[in-house]
Design a protein around this ligand. Sequence first.
Ligand SMILES: [Mn+2]
Length: 405
Amino acid sequence: MKILHTSDWHLGQRFLFNDREEEHQRALDWLADTIREQEVEVLVVAGDVFDINNPPNYARTMYYRFLTSLLGSCCRHIVIVGGNHDSPSMLNAPRELLRLLNIHVVGAASEDPVDEIIELEDAKGKLELVVAAVPFLRDRDLRFSQSGEGSYERLQKVREGMAEHYRRVGEMMEPYRKNKIPLLATGHLYASGAMASGKQDNIYAGDVENIEADQFPDVFHYIALGHIHRPQLIDGQQHIRYSGSLIPLSFSETKDDKSVFILYFQKDQLMEVETVMVPVFRRLKSISGTLQEVKESLRRFSEKGDRDLTPWVEVIVQTDRLIPRLDLTLRDFTRDMDLRLLKIKIERSGELLKKQQAELVNLSDLEDVESVFKKKCLRFGSPPEQMDDLLDAFRELKSNLDGKR
Ligand SMILES: [Mn+2]
């Protein structure tokens, strides 16, 4: 059996005031082609289908069109779980309808983890795969936040709660061992030892809430993880992996190769995991140095032609002097080049300035509205255990406002 593991599509992402529609469309077309060419039978998406709770309509259309394109293909089953960026209710809204098409959606954890156990059957009605489709687990799913506890205690409880959740779904899997079929789990979380790409940690991965690789029950033949955008295995274990995102989602991910995994199972044996590289549809490039060096790098970068979509570039100019009209100078310099300057930053080398800069957060570095809101709440002393409720209220207000626009 061939299973494809992907995650972190972040459809609908706005990146420094630009949308990613063209890249996402190409990436999903490529994914559908790959599934057909490789005769993949099961698709697993481990969370963060959408970038925001209330994604633009083009992103929703893209999602449904992609699912529709796989109907009647070799891909018999699709399993999708919610990530921390997804709105559970939005993902879940069409789930009854999608289930009839063999598309299984678990937007959020429910009271009883048995709801996360998905039995998949072949054309003859014989059980061929079971997935513990564990979505992103929110504090409230882990059920023991109490007011007045410190952040360390809270973190410990979250960790215990996650391990406990996996222990429970693992137990529910035990009876299927005898079937000699693949038993999978998903997760949208931060596993110990995972390497994020630079500043991805605070923007996309949220709080550091670890689970150790050995806390996943050994009944599972494969754990399909999402949340960290760089593909990797955890703790050197072949069967516990992050597939990484489909396209680079920030300038910190420009050095990562983007890929999906195809798992080959014979009965319940994981024979091989193949890494399939996602083509680069749009290069994101970060260039830093003195103004002279930056200009030289820009010139060299622009000379490498043969690109699909126009590359997006971030420039970091290292200087201790004031450079008048830096912005204009660089825009003039790149006017005829096949690239777009999305961001120009100045980095001072002086120690004092460096320190001051470290304390200042650049609004454009935060990139998404919710992380700005979270930071503000924490600064004003809101208890972290209320963050889920605050975020829900914030999302509601925001979607009301968005609706009125
Ligand atoms: Mn995530």
